[in-house]
Design a protein around this ligand. Structure first.
Ligand SMILES: Nc1ncnc2c1ncn2[C@@H]1O[C@H](COP(=O)(O)OP(=O)(O)OP(=O)(O)O)[C@@H](O)[C@H]1O
Ligand SMILES: [Mg+2]
Length: 482
């Protein structure tokens, strides 16, 4: 993983044979802890030993496949995740900075997992569980990020605890558990089919038959270092299941994966490598052409002189020219004797040059295979990049559609806003008119009020006068009485 390879470890076996025990074990016990906690120890030990210039980003996810639905175990609200291009979409990826955090994530995931009691195991896993760890390694001193060459090294590890294959009669399950067992056995047989087709080098591999095989596509015959652990029951009661498990393991062993270190390179760097490889191939092809030409010329001259000699001899035999034949052979013999020493010398020279040519040839062949391998690697990387480009394109289309919908919504809202503005203008005009009327009424009222006031004042004055007169009359009358 630290060198950029993908890895997969998965446990397969009959129910209750120890898959979960192998993968998880007793986390708190150093002797009994399983592969996942041991992997955590190993990862953090490696990070601690790494030079200071190395930077790591660790992410982990945990999902289960239950009844062909992918459930996020770190966020139970996400209960129907989809697989696209071998990757689980929208899956929670928890960033990890310490071993404790990873242990907590594993505990949470295990707690959220579907388990139920079967007749063989009271904690039987009814789902396939996948613990996915991604490590991104970055060299802080490597300025290639700035120059646009090498960027990151990414390694991904899948740790898979499969649901147990089970004989429904032996486990004695009914109802929901019976349906679960049927789905589990179906997805395990899809896994078995994929493995069978891979070992038979079939052109069509049925990865799409189950969610499990779609996720593990790269782990089975693809870009991954894969380890399959098979767990068997030691009881003779389970002999048939043990045999079928062993057969499964044996078949899976024949699959040849093609692991390649994931180095995320920029397209600029890929183009540069490709043109370099093409240049090298061109040079090698030219060199081969030159050697071939030399060999053809050599054969051609030898062949021509031999042919003319044969023609001469044939003519002499036909003409019954015994003397000429004798002379020719004698000359030829003496000449041959003369030539023998020259030939030997030439032969020696040729041996030396042949050796040289052989060496050159071997060197070129070696270079050619190296270049072809590199080209192959590059084309795989290019295919990967194309794949992710396709995914990005899909996403772009989705986003564009979403944008269209949003734009429509915005224009609808704008229309409504305009309508509301027009309405509010009309309302404001109406209000102004009403206000003017109210003001007019108010003016009238205040005018009336003033008039009334004046009238009241006059009445008051009259009253005052009357009162005054009355008092005067009272005073007069009391004076009269006195
Ligand atoms: N090597 C072992 N040492 C001690 N106990 C073990 C070992 N392997 C399994 N067990 C015990 O056997 C029981 C069943 O094991 P486990 O739950 O791992 O089975 P499984 O294969 O995951 O079953 P299923 O497919 O039903 O989930 C558990 O109680 C477990 O502790
Ligand atoms: Mg289990």
């Amino acid at each position: 993983m630290f060198d950029g390879f993908n890895g997969t470890i998965f446990a397969y076996g009959q129910t209750s044979s120890g898959k979960t025990f192998t993968m998880e074990g007793v986390v708190s016990d150093d002797r009994l802890k399983g592969i996942i906690p041991r992997m955590m120890d190993c990862v953090f030990e490696k990070i601690q030993q790494a030079p200071a210039n190395m930077e790591f980003v660790i992410k982990c996810s945990m999902v289960e496949i239950y009844m062909e639905r992918i459930q996020d175990l770190l966020d139970p609200r996400k209960n129907n995740l989809q697989v696209k291009g071998g990757a689980i979409q929208d899956c929670t990826e928890q960033y990890i900075s310490a071993k404790k955090e990873m242990e907590e994530a594993m505990k949470l995931g295990s707690k959220n997992r579907q388990v139920a009691a079967t007749g063989m195991n009271d904690k039987s896993s009814r789902s396939h569980s996948l613990f996915i760890l991604s490590i991104i390694k970055k060299d802080k001193n490597d300025d290639s990020t700035k120059t646009g060459t090498l960027r990151l090294i990414l390694g991904r590890l899948y740790l898979v605890d499969l649901a147990g294959s089970e004989s429904v009669q032996k486990t004695g399950c009914v109802g929901v558990q019976f349906d679960e067992a049927k789905t589990i056995n179906k997805s395990l047989s899809a896994l078995g089919n994929v493995i069978k087709m891979l070992t038979e080098s079939s052109t069509h591999i049925p990865y799409r038959d189950s969610k499990l095989t779609r996720i593990l596509e790269e782990s089975l015959g693809g870009n991954s270092l894969t380890v399959l652990i098979i767990t068997c029951s030691m009881s003779s009661f389970n002999a048939a299941e043990t045999l079928s498990t062993l057969r499964f393991g044996n078949r899976a062993k024949k699959i040849k994966n093609k692991p390649v270190a994931n180095m995320e390179r920029s397209s600029k760097k890929l183009m540069q490598l490709l043109s370099e490889a093409e240049e090298r191939i061109k040079r090698q092809v030219a060199a081969f052409g030159y050697i071939n030409k030399r060999l053809v010329v050599l054969k051609d001259t030898e062949f021509k002189s031999l042919l003319s000699e044969i023609h001469e001899i044939y003519k002499m035999i036909k003409d019954n020219n015994a003397q000429g034949l004798y002379n020719l052979l004698k000359n030829g013999y003496t000449e041959e004797l003369k030539e023998t020493s020259e030939c030997k010398e030439e032969q020696n020279i040729r041996v030396v040059s042949n050796e040289k040519l052989d060496k050159e040839n071997n060197y070129l062949k070696q270079k050619l295979t190296q270049s072809t391998e590199k080209l192959l690697k590059l084309s795989i990387e290019l295919a990967d990049s194309k794949k992710s480009l396709e995914i990005l394109k899909d996403e772009k289309i989705d986003l564009e559609a979403e944008l269209k919908v949003k734009n429509n919504e915005i224009s609808e809202l704008n229309d409504r806003l305009k309508l509301l503005k027009v309405k509010s203008k009309v309302e404001a005009n109406n209000n102004l008119k009403a206000l003017a009327q109210v003001e007019l009424k108010l003016e009238n009222l205040s005018f009336l009020y003033n008039q009334k006031n004046k009238a009241i004042e006059q009445v008051c004055k009259a009253l005052d006068r009357i009162l005054f007169d009355e008092q005067l009359t009272n005073i007069n009358s009391s004076a009269v009485i006195l």
